[in-house]
Write a protein that binds this ligand. Sequence first.
Ligand SMILES: Nc1ncnc2c1ncn2[C@@H]1O[C@H](COP(=O)(O)OP(=O)(O)OP(=O)(O)O)[C@@H](O)[C@H]1O
Ligand SMILES: [Mg+2]
Length: 373
Amino acid sequence: MSCRKLKRTGLSSNILEKLIRHNISTCKDLLSCSQLEVVKILSSGPATADEVFTKCSQSCSPRPITAYDLWKNRCEANDGFFATSLKDLDVVLHGGLPKGTISEIAGPSGCGKTQFSIMLSLLVTMPKSHGGLDGSVMYIDTEGAFSAERLVEMATNKFPDYFHDNSTTMSELTDRVHVNVIQTCNQLLERLKNLEEDIISKKIKLIVIDSIASLVRKEFSTTLGRNLTDRTNLLVQEAAILKYLAEVFSIPIVVTNQITTRFGNDNIQDEQTSSSGLEDESGYVTAALGNTWSHSVNTRLLLQYLTPVTRQVMVAKSPVAPFTTFTYTIESAGIIQQDGGAGHYEGTDPGKQQIKVRSALPFQVSQSSSLLS
Ligand SMILES: Nc1ncnc2c1ncn2[C@@H]1O[C@H](COP(=O)(O)OP(=O)(O)OP(=O)(O)O)[C@@H](O)[C@H]1O
Ligand SMILES: [Mg+2]
């Protein structure tokens, strides 16, 4: 909440102008100043500075709300979730990915994280009658993996009637997907800090970051202690901004994440850097970026291969759903859930599945007999 822009706190334009001129644009910036500094900047007395502090603190402190009010609002609006179009997954998640929170799609390379993200982008632009949110999406692409052709292919195959011979609807769709290619961690942080205006002006109803891990893993080494601290600080900042945006605008935020192989002694080894091909049996995969990031994510979907063709999505973290698995395939229409119903994972930590990583194969075999009931 401290990321809230001062513009949204109700301060007068005269005061705002003076603060912004001194690079004080968020509640956090202001609340980090002393009373004396603010007095000087505003050329005012201490009473005015105190008023500004109070207004700012009130604006960025979350107000308590009862569970009854929350429940009533959800029931009345029937609007708290963003349906993924995977029917059973949506049922388990009480309607889909929760708005106002961060959802993560994690999994090995080629498993469908980008495909899932493109499909969600398509769904957001669809009218409510077709299960969409009738809005726009901000797709932050850190891997250069977004494909407009794939978006159009999914659209025409998933909603053939809606897009049949209608180039206008297709232009409207593609116009609503705003793609931002980002190449460094600093660029990403700056972009996130400035997203608020775009969310309002472009009517953004979904933010996708594909992926949150690639830049961080490129720029920070986990073997150097100092780097690890910097990496954690960066992720904490990013998570705080994302949480703020999700909450204030009540939109879902979807980030994709890579996986890492963790061994019994808790050494972290990147999936890509493992050299032996066949990993130690005691290794397990878990989403990358460590515990701090993990706690920032509200809902985690873990993807993995079952066979070269079929994949599995597991609800690996959710405030409303148990660990549940579904099988899916990737087709021209996007991510398609397969029949077979839900499987249940009985363990306490789905991140600790036994896994064999065969880098010599074009796919990774990730199976645990305990995973599917
Ligand atoms: N048009 C299509 N029809 C069917 N399957 C497709 C199509 N396009 C891509 N795929 C499948 O999607 C897979 C790639 O998925 P995706 O790019 O989402 O992986 P990812 O999890 O994002 O991987 P990475 O971590 O490397 O970014 C391909 O291996 C292919 O199996
Ligand atoms: Mg990808």
